[in-house]
Design a protein around this ligand. Structure first.
Ligand SMILES: Cc1cc2nc3c(=O)[nH]c(=O)nc-3n(C[C@H](O)[C@H](O)[C@H](O)COP(=O)(O)OP(=O)(O)OC[C@H]3O[C@@H](n4cnc5c(N)ncnc54)[C@H](O)[C@@H]3O)c2cc1C
Length: 415
């Protein structure tokens, strides 16, 4: 089977590796960018994604890129502790959570694709259309395949299956949902950066401080770097600015957080130490009712863009890739695509919606509502039962229970 993947992000590269491991040998990846560079800042791979990368034989390589957080801790905007919980192995998973630089992860996956599949990643290829029955335009000579814009004009690549892993602005998704428009914005703006800075707390803790109006997230990502996301409710409409690489002046952000100097973390100092600040609106898209049309399907952010606050975008793309390859190895094409979508679409739809409800960060929202000026002890404002219920409720809803992951059969294809 000839398989064409559009997009060499985390999802597209994970799909190429998963398909190869499942026995597919005729796979090419076509990326819009002329050159693949290690773009982005930090992201988290949750244990369910680390399991899949480990079963692809990449566990050690990925682990070397970053750090494995052992704790997630929530604070109010005064730096007072609200709740903390173990993460990764410390939480009972057989696989760690890993905090890594997105660009370094992408380059490692790219290197693995080249080692295993050869020279199959083609840059400077921007997907235009896939002539399936629904909404095809242009490239009419392509009976079945994918049509790309290249520096030398249009190129049609024949395929039995096209996978749209082309991110939040997916061309394939737009072909099927032409009226969808810009991503949906929730009014929050994120400023992301990394800084070489001393570790904080025990050096393996991811922290979230603040409330629904203003928040700061920080965690180490290896290499002596701390990744951070500063977040603030802003005015106007910014949904169309969903560009991951928009650099902005750090001065106003440092000013916004000028009072956030905690005994355990100097927030304005950390922002000031960053080489570059990237602005991104907190956007996602409404879940769609169908990912597959004919022999073409969506994967990763193209299928289910979600708020980055759930730390799940890259992880879910990896899970999509492994599930799709597993189904394709065991079933005829149309049945495999149906089984892939039946598994992954409801699961990711639930996550998109759950991230909109702020998931476990509700503890910060409630603490702020009940004690905006701070508290002597968190149990004066939130009972232990309330705290536990919010934390475990999200994990159950999102299917994160350690037992579920630890005992699930592998998605590796035998033989
Ligand atoms: C440059 C960049 C920086 C990012 N930085 C961060 C970050 O710091 N933190 C974070 O949590 N998430 C970041 N993300 C998003 C994160 O990588 C994804 O949410 C997640 O990994 C899911 O991966 P994906 O492969 O589905 O999408 P993406 O990682 O977005 O990859 C999509 C790929 O498709 C390519 N592409 C787009 N349109 C076309 C087209 N028409 N034809 C061919 N190729 C196309 C893009 O150039 C990109 O390489 C970033 C994404 C990008 C593209």
């Amino acid at each position: 089977m000839r398989i064409v993947i559009a997009g060499a992000g985390i999802g597209g590269l994970a799909a190429a590796l998963s398909l190869h491991a499942a026995g597919f040998t005729d796979v090419t990846v076509h990326e819009r960018a002329d050159v693949l560079r290690p773009l982005g800042v930090g992201l988290n791979l949750l244990p369910h994604a680390v399991r899949e990368l480990t079963e692809l034989g990449l566990g050690d390589r990925i682990a070397r890129l970053g750090t494995a957080p052992g704790t997630l801790a929530y604070y109010n905007r005064h730096g007072q502790p609200i709740w903390s919980e173990p993460r990764g192995r410390e939480a009972g998973y057989r696989w760690p959570q890993l905090s890594v630089h997105r660009g370094r992860l992408q380059m490692e996956l790219l290197a693995a694709v080249r080692e295993r599949l050869g020279d199959v990643v083609h840059t400077g290829h921007r997907l235009l259309t896939v002539p399936t029955d629904a909404g095809s335009q242009g490239c009419r000579d392509a009976a079945l395949g994918a049509c790309f814009a290249t520096g030398d004009g249009e190129l049609t690549v024949a395929a039995d299956l096209v996978i749209g892993a082309d991110g939040i602005g997916s061309a394939l998704r737009r072909q099927w949902y032409p009226d969808e428009g810009a991503p949906v914005w929730n009014g929050l703006t994120l400023w992301r950066g990394t800084a070489r800075a001393p570790g904080f707390l025990d050096g393996r803790t991811m922290i979230m401080a603040g409330d629904a109006e203003q928040k700061f997230v920080a965690y180490p990502i290896g290499n002596g770097e701390i990744n951070f996301i500063a977040e603030r409710r802003t005015r106007g409409y910014a949904g169309e600015n969903a560009d991951w690489n928009r650099a902005v002046d750090p001065a106003p952000i440092i000013d916004l957080f000028r009072d956030w100097r905690f005994p355990w973390l100097d927030v304005p100092g950390l922002v000031a130490a960053a080489g570059e600040i990237l602005e991104y609106p907190m956007v996602d898209r409404d879940p769609v009712g169908r990912w597959t049309h004919g022999p073409a399907t969506l994967l990763g952010d193209a299928a289910h863009p979600m708020y980055p606050n759930g730390s799940n975008g890259a992880s879910q793309a990896v899970l999509d890739a492994r599930t799709l390859a597993f189904q394709l190895a065991g079933k005829p094409l149309d049945e495999a695509l149906a089984a892939y979508e039946a598994d992954r679409r409801p699961a990711t739809t639930a996550l998109v919606l759950s991230n909109r409800r702020q998931g476990p960060e509700q503890v910060m929202v409630l603490a702020h509502e009940r004690a905006p000026d701070g508290f002597a002890h968190i149990h004066d404002v939130l009972t232990p039962d309330e705290l536990t219920e919010i934390a475990t409720g999200y994990k159950k809803a999102a299917g994160f229970h350690p037992d579920a992951l630890n005992n699930r059969p592998s998605l590796s294809v035998a033989g």
